[in-house]
Design a protein around this ligand. Structure first.
Ligand SMILES: [Zn+2]
Length: 271
């Protein structure tokens, strides 16, 4: 996809999610102008000077493999051809996931992998607004159907280690743009799980099985709700599946999954 095509579709999405009341007023516009003057915008990937804030330079744009149609409606992975109908991949037909639909912005490689690493491990949180815009575009149907947004939780140890739950940051951005409320604290990650790096799909599933729970007093906040689960990366789907199973047991009507990146070949992930 050409860079201009991407730019146009982003603008269309922005318009869809921006009500007149949310447009910046003259004071905000003046503040933005002054900020641009004092701190000129740079590419969020390579820090090269660019024309607008919260964006990427053409080289970094072209290094991102955006997940576009045709898609498997269940797993959100790209399919080789379109038939015009809702399509399901062979993988989803053979083993349907507990969640209804997954969507991701881009494949987890190239520039996207660097951006996600910076966001997760080097506290490069300035990219959250761009990620939020991308998530709202990739997940527009899921967001339209959601009652609440729930981020994939970290356990307390990991939260102390990383200081932030990056999925919660993404969930808040999607909420800010879309107006769908975020619910935190209802889905918890109880026991500490091993890092998923280097594990096979089955090992990952075993590793996260039973790791999540919804405290009984939180169940009324979940019951009957259509949930949009937000994560940073879908690797094998094991974490999203464990969260979904827990949320459905707690009474959620439906769970969809939205992530910034998806791994097309989970066995290739080494870091
Ligand atoms: Zn760049």
């Amino acid at each position: 996809m050409a860079e201009d095509d991407i730019g146009e579709s982003w603008n269309a999405t922005d318009t869809a999610y921006t009500s007149a009341a949310n447009r910046p007023g003259p004071v905000t516009r003046l503040r933005h102008w002054l900020t641009d003057l004092l701190m000129p915008p740079v590419c969020l990937g390579c820090q090269e000077a660019i024309a607008s804030r919260d964006s990427l330079c053409p080289q970094c744009w072209s290094g991102i493999d955006f997940v576009g149609a045709p898609l498997c409606d269940r797993l959100g992975i790209r399919l080789p051809y379109a038939t015009g109908d809702v399509m399901i991949s062979a993988a989803a037909a053979a083993r349907p996931p507990p969640y209804a639909r997954a969507r991701a912005v881009a494949h987890y490689d190239g520039a996207m992998r660097d951006l996600v690493h910076g966001f997760k491990f080097r506290d490069r949180h300035e990219i959250r607004r761009l990620f939020g815009t991308w998530l709202c575009r990739a997940g527009s149907q899921l967001i339209a159907d959601a009652d609440i947004i729930i981020p994939v939780p970290l356990n307390r140890f990991r939260l102390l280690q990383r200081r932030y739950n990056q999925s919660a940051i993404l969930a808040r951005e999607v909420s800010r743009i879309s107006g769908v409320p975020v619910l935190t604290g209802a889905l918890r990650r109880g026991r500490r799980t091993k890092a998923q790096v280097g594990l096979t799909r089955e090992q990952r599933r075993d590793n996260v099985r039973g790791a999540f729970d919804v405290p009984p007093r939180q169940r009324p906040r979940i019951e009957g709700r259509r949930v949009l689960l937000v994560d940073d990366v879908i690797t094998t789907g094991a974490t999203a599946e464990a969260c979904t199973t827990t949320l459905l047991k707690a009474g959620a009507a439906n769970v969809d999954v939205l992530a910034v990146a998806i791994v097309s070949d989970p066995l290739s992930v080494t870091t």
